[in-house]
Ligand binder design. Sequence first.
Ligand SMILES: *Cc1c(COP(=O)(O)O)cnc(C)c1O
Length: 343
Amino acid sequence: MIDLRSDTVTQPTPDMRRAMAEAEVGDDVYGEDPTIARLEELGADMMGKEAAVFVPSGTMGNQIAVLAQTTPGDEIILEAEAHVFYYEVGGLARLGGLQTRTVPGEHGRIRPEQVAAAVRDENIHFPRTTLLCLENTHNRAGGTVLTVEQTAALAAVAHEHGLNVHLDGARVFNAAVALGVPVADLAAPCDTVMFCLSKGLSAPVGSLVAGPAATIARVRQFRKLLGGGMRQAGVLAAAGLIALQHMPARLAEDHEHARRLALGLAELPGVQVDLETVQTNIVIFHLSGSVSGPALVSGLREHGVLANATGPKSVRFVTHKDITAADIDTTVQAVAGLLRAVA
Ligand SMILES: *Cc1c(COP(=O)(O)O)cnc(C)c1O
């Protein structure tokens, strides 16, 4: 199978499996797992933050970062299709007791003026606005990046109004590679950042939340509250260390494959791809003919290609380390064949 559903499907490398088998471990709830300690230190360093905490998933990381920086009844500002808002099971309401103020972005990007306009004044009728959530790269917009300057401008407005800023950086290494900047520069304007080891970086499990030491201490306590305190999880952190040390450099290849895929799809009648949005490892394309997204996805499955429909007329492909250039060409041919068959 050519699995383009997500970069979460990546298999751990042989090096990761070896490191997992040999990892030195201890009880991390007691703070005694040396491999987790090394991972958290490296993750904090790479993001230019004081501290970091290892969490089982990006979703938990985002949610507990938000919990640590808000009070129930607060309002938080997010782009309208943000993962934290769209795909996290209503956790902001259920766990955080938060009200959301969503702002429509262009290719996932909101403007500083929109943030300024969304912040509540002081008024007896209003909730307090306490957090701005950004997302880089933006998943539902097709892996689009926020530059350092854009991130800084958004964070500056938020900070002027007394808000904290959380970056959902599940794929922030993809953004850094695409922009050719150190990942710490993308994290610097934000108070906290969550990033995934288990996506393009190919670790089997885990994400990190990085930020100021006092905030991360609170994040760590919320992790325990949600049942995310893990014991000898150094076996997972060992793979995470390899993910951080060795995997970011190869993401450029995933981006080249996504570009190749998008250019191939753009040639096909009945397919629309906005090439401007293909900046990293995600390709979302739209179908203008009679075929629906879900129908195309099930047709592709029969040709050995897995993808996700993101809407009635849209399909998403995500490239990653287990996809070759030949797989890309096979995929374009499969889409072409299916569309020809119904034309
Ligand atoms: C995948 C993803 C997450 C959540 O990560 P999980 O580990 O799947 O919970 C959060 N934000 C974005 C933008 C993502 O793409």
